[in-house]
Write a protein of this length. Structure first.
Lengths: 875, 110
């Protein structure tokens, strides 16, 4: 048949349906008449002939339905019919529809919110030009990943590699400059980059220009680029900012460009200055502090670029064996590197959401099954009227699809709300990525999830609902007979729900225990009643080391004289608040070790009384003293970890150690290891030099207080204003809140997981309750008979409760078995908690068992309240 | 019609109807009676198969229905073969001949 004719026919059967149907009616009527007439002619009585003819025709409606089904365009037509009918049925059962749609909307909404977050964070590109061509270079030693790259090595890679359009770098640290000349000194975050980093990323300044290659050279001029936010807040968005200079630490820096709004890369910074190419800082090949970012040339694959880089690495290793033997640079896609920390949390939440959605599906499928049983008579009637089983199936699946698509639409609203929460809670936006939004991809995802959910919750109930023999159904239609298979299915669903819930509970439990462990972990110092902050003095005001030391010494004395202060101390980097800075250290009598053999520990310099203020126990020797100043012998205090590595636990007091080919120190004391970097790492090995001998202008301060540390922020600030208004005192915060921030992300993952587990638990109890309540209503007669035979309330209660607990028990066993492989995924997030932690399993199982018992109690209690007379009368 | 016979007729019913109508226009009952008569009762075409097939063939444009008077003055819908239907019958006949030939070869292979 030609396409043209097919289209015409389709339209004809769609729009002239009634005419066609009338025609068919007449045709069948005439068929009957002709047949009857023939039978009469053959000698039958007219009545008998009519009856026989009818029998032979075999049901006018069935024949009509068959003709309609075979018509061109029949699909389209019956789909319209199904939808109309489904909407009508759902509207008539508003309560059922509302509950089902709400349950599904929550499930679908949560899934969509997380999907679009994951889609943006993990699957979509970074907001840089052609982000899939961007790679990050990380140093490896003997093939093991070990972090940033040496600045000197970077310049060699940039010089000799042929695979990159641009190869840029930025330092792993940000500096805080004090901008002066304004009203008050102010800390500004600055990052150090190579001239071509922003070109590598493909992001251009909106005002002014990029850095120039020659500006990297010595005497290049110290230009800076500034962020959009800084431009707005400090220059009111004035384009004339280009060419003007900013004063940092007393030196003028001319501004050459302003970056676009929202731009950030790796760190928050308001000012970018150039890496000092030939400066003394970090000038060694074994000093590693640069992230290297490259843009692959068109057509160059990752493997080719890696081979290119490897060739340079081996050439460097040959030329500089002391610093470069075994060292290489590994290229990784920038995108996957940047999301590595949140990936697991997001995937975990996504997996959890899918579980919750499945549990919600279980409930709705259960509802549909129960409803299907009440509609058996309707189905039987429709099939008697000529509807084929396929048609009925399609009808029921259409109904559940309409339910889930409606839920999907509502779910989009839920997703918007939830995503706001997710974004506040998870540090996705801080990765330098766009703020996630619910975009078209997410909407398509929602649609797919809705339809898949519709099929999942619709098909089984529909198969069940249309499976029975219509004749038998019609005969018993007045009394809904208990459908054994269907109630078995619902029980199966509840078992699955219990299993999923207990698995979720176990997962949440393990994380909660990890969190508890993390919160109570022995830090190696005492975080209570400890105020922390940053201090910075102007070098121009205190040009000599003596003047600077004098300032810090007198300041600490004055702070200690304040009421409520126990003691005060300064250090270059406070634990947890500032990380790393690990330098190599070895006994002075040994030659400097190769990079592979070297031992590194955290380098810190402290004022006298640091260990006492922090509560880090002294093990041997003495503290840094007030007499350890420039001019007197350089001294050092080691933590036990360093002593173990360098002296195999022999007494180190009086021994000499070298620090990073820099200075030699005499060991004067030993302290315990403390958690210097993060909570999750084991206590770190560290060494402590004298703050006075380093003569720095910048420090972090720690004040031990008798009461609430926050009460001292004001007095210390006043003290500093009086002493020297140009001193900067910033970021005052208690150590406990520093620790809280440290575990904030983890707490959020746990909170969401607990929330999901609670939703799962609620849905499961509803499911369990529903199945049991139905079970009781089906067995009313039996219960009545048992009561008449003298069964006590206790017997009946036990019977129903036992049935419910049997279901729950199956689910628990299944869930516990399934939870173990699931918790292996969690392993990375766990802290001092084994994935098979027995206490967690016992508590989770016990708790769910208890909730299940409560959910079963109400139907069981109702069974005992059955009115014997009424039940028996109904029979 | 028994289920087994439906299977036998599946796919060939259209051809039988077209062939029957190629001799003379007939109404529905006429078509089924003619087929039953010619096959000496082997094939019985029940209304449940007949009418869907007739309407389908009409939609395909191979036959054309129009209301007329039957032999004993009753209104009935008569179907006649169109030009397209005649071509279609030719195709079906050739296909059928090939099928018969092929099956015969298989059955007579020794």
């Amino acid at each position: 048949m030609s396409a043209y004719r097919r289209i015409i026919s389709t339209f004809r059967s769609l729009f002239r349906k009634e005419e066609l149907d009338r025609d068919l009616d007449e045709e069948l009527a005439s068929y009957l008449e002709l047949l009857t007439a023939e039978k009469v002619r053959a000698g039958m009585s007219p009545e008998r002939a009519r009856r026989e003819a009818r029998l032979e025709l075999g049901g006018v409606e069935q024949v009509k339905e068959k003709v309609r089904e075979r018509r061109v365009g029949a699909m389209t037509d019956t789909v319209f019919q199904d939808v109309r009918y489904a909407v009508r049925t759902l509207r008539k059962n508003a309560g059922f529809t509302l509950v089902a749609v709400l349950i599904l909307a929550i499930g679908i909404g949560a899934t969509t919110a997380l999907f679009s977050t994951i889609n943006t964070a993990l699957l979509s590109g970074l907001p840089y030009q052609q982000p899939d061509r961007l790679v990050i270079g990380l140093k490896t030693i003997d093939g093991e990943m070990s972090g940033p790259v040496s600045r000197v090595d970077y310049f060699d890679y940039r010089e000799y590699s042929r695979s990159f359009e641009e190869l840029g770098a930025l330092t792993t640290f940000t500096m805080q400059f004090t901008a002066t000349g304004g009203r008050q000194p102010e800390l500004v975050d600055a990052g150090f980059i190579t001239w071509n980093l922003f070109r590598t990323l493909g992001v251009n300044p909106i005002v002014g220009r990029h850095f120039l290659p020659e500006e990297e050279d010595p005497g290049g001029g110290g230009q800076i680029m500034i962020s959009y936010g800084f431009w707005q807040s400090h220059f009111g968005g004035d384009p004339a900012v280009v060419g003007s200079a900013l004063n940092f630490d007393g030196n003028p820096f001319p501004v050459v460009g302003v970056m676009p709004p929202g731009f950030r890369f790796m760190f928050d910074a308001d000012v970018w200055a150039l890496v000092d190419k030939n400066g003394p800082f970090d000038s060694e090949r074994d000093s590693h502090s640069h992230w290297v970012v490259g843009r692959l040339r068109p057509g160059v694959t990752m493997e080719q670029a890696q081979a290119d880089v490897d060739a340079i690495s081996s050439a460097l290793a040959e030329q500089y064996p002391a610093s470069n033997a075994g060292k290489a640079m590994l290229l990784t896609e920038l995108q996957s590197y940047m999301v590595r920390d949140v990936r697991l949390s997001l995937l975990l939440l996504m997996g959890t959401t899918v579980l919750v959605l499945l549990i919600a599906c279980g409930n709705v499928a259960g509802l549909l099954l129960a409803r299907g049983e009440r509609r058996l008579a309707e189905m039987a009637m429709r099939s008697a009227l000529g509807a084929s089983r396929r048609r009925l199936l399609r009808q029921l699946v259409t109904e559940s699809l309409i339910l889930t698509v409606a839920a999907g639409l509502l779910g989009i609203a839920v997703a918007y709300l939830l995503q706001g929460v997710i974004l506040q809670l998870l540090p996705v936006g801080e990765l330098g990525m766009e703020r996630p939004v619910i975009d078209s991809t997410a909407l398509v995802f929602t649609l797919l999830v809705s339809v898949a959910t519709g099929v999942v919750v619709g098909v089984i109930p529909a198969l069940r609902g249309t499976a029975s023999d219509p004749a038998q159904q019609l005969r018993s239609a007045t009394r809904a007979s208990p459908d054994v298979k269907s109630s078995r299915l619902r029980s199966g669903l509840v078992v699955l729900q219990v299993a999923l819930s207990v698995a979720l509970l176990i997962g949440s439990g393990l994380l909660i225990r990890s969190f508890a462990q993390l919160s109570t972990v022995d830090l190696g110092f005492d975080p209570q009643n400890l105020l922390t902050g940053q201090l910075q003095i102007q070098v121009s005001q205190y040009p000599t080391p003596e003047e600077r030391n004098q300032f810090f010494t007198s300041l600490l004395e004055e702070i200690e004289a304040l009421p409520g202060v126990v003691s005060a101390t300064v250090i270059n980097r406070l634990p947890i608040l500032s990380r790393w800075q690990d330098w190599s250290i070895w006994p002075a009598e040994q030659p400097s070790p190769s990079i592979q053999e070297s031992f590194s520990a955290m380098a810190r310099w402290v004022s006298p009384g640091y260990f006492e203020t922090m509560g880090i126990p002294m093990v041997a020797g003495r503290d840094i003293a007030a007499t350890d100043v420039p001019g007197s012998p350089d001294v050092i205090v080691l933590s036990e970890g360093v002593v173990r590595a360098l002296f195999q636990d022999a007494d180190p007091i009086g021994r000499m150690v070298n620090v990073a080919d820099w200075r030699t120190f005499e060991v004067v004391g030993v302290v315990r290891d403390a958690r210097v970097n993060t909570l999750r790492r084991a206590p770190d090995a560290a060494f402590y030099m004298s703050h006075a001998q380093m003569a720095q202008a910048r420090a972090q301060i720690a004040v031990r207080t008798a009461g609430d540390p926050n009460a001292l922020v004001g007095p210390i600030d006043d003290l500093l204003r009086r002493k020297d208004p140009n001193v900067l005192f910033a970021n005052a915060s208690t150590m406990t809140s520093v620790l809280d921030d440290e575990v904030a992300d983890f707490r959020i993952v746990i909170l969401s997981l607990v929330l999901f587990a609670a939703v799962a638990l609620a849905l499961t109890s509803i499911g369990l309750y529903g199945v049991l309540a139905y079970h009781v209503s089906q067995r009313l007669n039996e219960i009545g008979v048992r009561m008449a035979m003298g069964a006590s309330n206790g017997d009946l209660l036990g019977m129903i409760l036992g049935r419910g607990m049997l279901l729950a028990g199956f689910g628990l066993v299944l869930g516990v078995a399934g939870a173990y492989p699931g918790t292996l995924v969690l392993r990375q997030l766990l802290f001092q908690t084994p994935p098979l932690d027995p206490a967690t399993y016992v508590v989770a199982v016990g708790f769910l068992g208890l909730v299940a018992a409560v959910a079963c109690l109400l139907p069981a209690w109702r069974a005992t309240r059955v009115d014997l007379v009424e039940v028996l009368r109904r029979e | 019609m028994a289920e087994g016979k439906t299977d036998l007729l599946r796919g060939t019913l259209d051809m039988l109807i077209l062939k029957t109508l190629s001799l003379q226009p007939l109404h529905g009952l006429g078509v089924s009676q003619r087929i039953e008569q010619v096959t000496a009762g082997v094939f019985q075409v029940k209304p449940g198969s007949l009418f869907p097939a007739l309407h389908r063939l009409e939609q395909e444009g191979w036959i054309e229905g129009s209301w007329g008077e039957s032999a004993n003055n009753r209104r009935a819908k008569y179907y006649k073969l169109t030009a397209a239907g005649r071509r279609r019958l030719g195709e079906e006949r050739r296909n059928w001949a090939q099928v018969v030939l092929a099956i015969t070869k298989v059955m007579e292979a020794s």
